[in-house]
Design a protein. Structure first.
Length: 352
């Protein structure tokens, strides 16, 4: 009898331990999408945005350049258009020019940084079958766009024009201190600091996505210093470096670690408008400006794709250079934005 009781106790304890160790795996897909003034910059842009969402079928989308023109709630409008096409999403808007849609409920929306048209950061909780993740959307300041300087163009101050070498050609700025001083005049670093401060005590998984208007320190390296009109510059771009130091993982560069074979350019994209989106017509301004980062345990990257056309503008001409190793989605659809989008699948392991 005593031996039977002991075995029974061992069995019960093992069941308790097994139940405590049970985990839930969940694959979720994310899309960050600068929609270029709500799709108003190209004919039929709104419907083209809808069609990209239908084609890629992400679970969670971060939209950038949401303006709510004429006091119309653009995010509600896109949710309705998707529902009319049989795809249901929740809506999340907390202010600024960034919004979310999600197949899972969005909660606790909060704007943690805004500077009119010079930057937005918003945070939401998303309830994934009883497990909470944090999603943050950013649109960082486009002014003092310092990656133009090594390419021989101003970045908004005093203007966006060519820095002329006296013969009508670009005159690159290659002094790192000058590039950094210029870049830090923007509010990009203040926005990222606001974000990281808001996450200091966060223990839930965090996904950060959006348009940074700044390249990555993982892209402007020794290997690329004589490519893409970097003109010898190796620069540790401040905001991606800060996120890296704070433990955030750049999903694209983690999945595709070689910045030469997979540069991952999202700017400047060809659009259905069929007009140039270049701001530096005498240089190669291609950069990776649109990102999805994660932080937290139990997260694995399953897939990463650029979304949009293969073509970008290089010296103001349409080219597909440096795309042969890239993975694209929705490249056959009319494209409504001067940015390409980024699609990422992540596998989460939750403690049940």
């Amino acid at each position: 009898m005593k031996k039977t009781t002991t075995y029974l106790l061992i069995f019960i304890v093992s069941l308790v331990i097994e139940s405590c160790e049970k985990k839930l795996e969940k694959e979720l897909s994310f899309l960050t999408f600068n929609v270029w003034q709500e799709g108003t910059s190209v004919p039929n842009g709104f419907n083209q945005i809808r069609d990209v969402i239908l084609e890629t079928n992400p679970d969670i989308v971060c939209f950038v350049e949401v303006r709510n023109y004429k006091n119309q709630d653009w995010t509600t409008k896109i949710v309705k258009a998707l529902a009319d096409s049989g795809r249901n999403y929740y809506r999340g808007y907390a202010g600024g020019d960034v919004s979310f849609i999600s197949k899972y409920p969005l909660e606790q929306g909060k704007q943690v940084f805004t500077n009119t048209d010079m930057g937005t950061v918003v945070n939401f909780d998303i309830n994934i079958d009883g497990n909470i993740i944090v999603v943050s959307g950013v649109h960082l300041d486009y002014t003092y766009y310092a990656s133009n300087l090594p390419r021989g163009y101003n970045g908004g101050d005093p203007n966006w024009e060519l820095i002329d070498d006296g013969n009508g050609h670009p005159k690159p700025t290659t002094i790192l201190d000058s590039i950094q001083e210029y870049s830090l005049k923007s509010s990009r670093d203040e926005a990222i600091s606001s974000f990281t401060n808001s996450m200091k005590s966060e223990t839930k998984p965090i996904i950060l996505m959006g348009d940074f208007n700044e390249p990555s320190f993982l892209d402007w390296t020794e290997k690329t210093k004589h490519m893409f009109d970097h003109n010898g510059v190796v620069y540790p771009w401040d905001n991606t470096k800060k996120l890296h130091q704070d433990g955030f993982v750049d999903t694209f560069r983690a999945f595709y670690p070689d910045e030469v074979t997979n540069p991952g350019f999202t700017w400047p994209s060809y659009t259905s408008q069929m007009k140039s989106t270049s701001w530096t017509p005498l240089s190669d301004e291609r950069d990776r400006l649109d990102y999805i980062f994660y932080k937290g345990n139990g997260i694995k990257i399953k897939d990463v794709s650029i979304v949009g056309p293969y073509e970008s503008f290089v010296y103001n001409k349409l080219e597909t250079l440096n795309t042969d190793k890239e993975k694209f989605m929705a490249s056959n659809l009319p494209w409504p934005s001067d940015h390409k989008a980024l699609f990422v699948k992540l596998l989460f392991t939750f403690q049940k």
